[in-house]
Design a protein around this ligand. Structure first.
Ligand code: NDP
Ligand code: MG
Length: 384
């Protein structure tokens, strides 16, 4: 029996993970964690009966404790609670699907506790990849990608030699503004940006897809997961989201993973690796699709995407600045405090002001996060 702790159980990835748990008899949930959605947590508690639930918000945790007093479940809160859920003794696997770099500390704690990591929370790897990958190696812990592109790369690496890889090719849908002009983008609304053509996801990653910052984060995520240089990571827009990513080998041969866009496949692959399990849903019908097209990403239009390569190549604390500035800028855009195009400008503003610290400790990473937030706050005041 596989025993699972889910960080971010009320989100898009978390709820799809629970669907997989429902469909497979040999996997059990021992811990759940979320930010504040206690309505959904109560339902999940009654259905899955975990040993422990963390609600990050302390007041909401107290409310939940009262609501589920009839169940024998420990309720915890805050960062200590999140770490308790990530390190709970009975779990062998921790699925990290919280949104944002709040996931850094619990992920490190889970690796220290020798849990297998099914990683959706890309912001954590972007900011602390050098700590996480080294620690995972030391502890003999596997980090299995959930992000669909990285799962596709991981699947395309099976049975081949890592030393014979020449290039990673990440595919991107291009988001809802793939065909818009820069002029069109000046007045994009939150509602427009939330209309992703192919995937249904949480709000933050949907905005990241609309700015292509998501692909930027994924480039840095790929660097850490697969130990490749930035020069060997290409990005190509493939609007149908049919090819989930590719690996090119030294002989020019390319391996790819294809499928209908459904996050349950990569989640399930990470949970049961190296097994494949039956999964329902629509199958690819090539004749119906007719054609697959490709485009180069426009780095003038998607400045936030281009900045990821800059931040990644610069290294040290710069990817944290890139990520943290984006996290705050996206929440300001969602609150209608800034415009769509301001997101990339604010990331750039925070990166321009930053003095890089090489090989940063966790404390330095968290300090860099604060610095990026302060710069974004002060720059965005000037925008109003
Ligand atoms: P959602 O916004 O749908 O869900 C986020 C989850 O994180 C919720 O359960 C939320 O709880 C929880 N959370 C937020 N803040 C905290 C906190 N402080 N402590 C504990 N839990 C917290 O996001 P997604 O599921 O879309 O994305 C999750 C991660 O997976 C992101 O890093 C994203 O980039 C990555 N990812 C997502 C994909 C997708 O298809 N959705 C695809 C590939 C990667 P609450 O509901 O209570 O706020
Ligand atoms: Mg992805």
């Amino acid at each position: 029996m596989k025993k699972l702790s889910i960080l971010g159980s009320t989100g898009s990835i978390g709820t799809q993970t629970l669907e997989i748990v429902r469909e497979n008899e040999d996997i059990e949930v021992v811990a759940l964690a979320a930010g504040s959605n206690i309505l959904m947590l109560e339902e999940q508690a009654r259905e899955f009966k975990p040993e422990l639930i963390c609600v990050f918000d302390e007041a909401k945790a107290k409310e939940l404790e009262v609501k589920i007093a009839d169940l024998n479940i420990k309720v915890v809160s805050g960062m200590d609670g999140l770490i308790e859920a990530a390190t709970i003794k009975s779990a062998d696997t921790v699925l990290t699907a919280v949104v944002g770099m709040i996931g850094v500390r619990p992920t490190i704690a889970a690796i220290e506790a020798k849990k297998t990591i099914a990683l959706a929370n890309k912001e954590t790897l972007v900011t602390a990849g050098h700590i996480i990958m080294k620690l995972a190696k030391e502890k003999g812990v596997s980090i299995l990608p959930v992000d669909s592109e990285h799962s596709a790369i991981f699947q395309s690496l099976q049975g081949n030699k890592k030393s014979q890889v020449s290039k990673i090719i990440l595919t991107a849908s291009g988001g809802p503004f793939r065909n818009s002009s820069i002029d069109d983008l000046k007045n994009v609304t939150v509602e427009d940006a939330l209309k992703h053509p192919n995937w249904s996801m949480g709000k933050k990653i949907t905005i990241d897809s609309a700015t292509m910052v998501n692909k930027g984060l994924e480039v840095i995520e790929a660097k850490w997961l697969f130990d490749v240089e930035f020069d060997d990571i290409d990005v190509v827009i493939q609007p149908q989201s049919l090819i989930h990513s590719m690996v090119e080998y030294i002989d020019g041969g390319i391996m790819a993973q294809l499928g209908t866009p459904d996050m349950k496949l990569p989640i399930q692959y990470a949970l049961f690796y190296p097994d494949r399990r039956v999964l329902g849903g629509k199958r690819v019908n090539f004749a119906e699709i007719g054609s697959i097209s490709f485009m180069k990403p426009d780095t003038e239009k998607f400045k936030g995407f281009a900045l990821a390569y800059e931040a990644g190549r610069c290294g040290g604390t710069m990817p944290t600045i890139y990520n943290a500035a984006n996290e705050l800028a996206v929440s300001k855009f969602l609150n209608k405090e800034i415009k769509y195009l301001d997101i990339a400008e604010l990331i750039k503003g925070a990166m321009d002001k930053h003095k890089v610290i090489e090989n940063p400790s966790l404390d330095k990473i968290l300090e860099a996060e604060k610095e990026a937030h302060e710069v974004v706050r002060s720059l965005s005041e000037r925008l109003c």
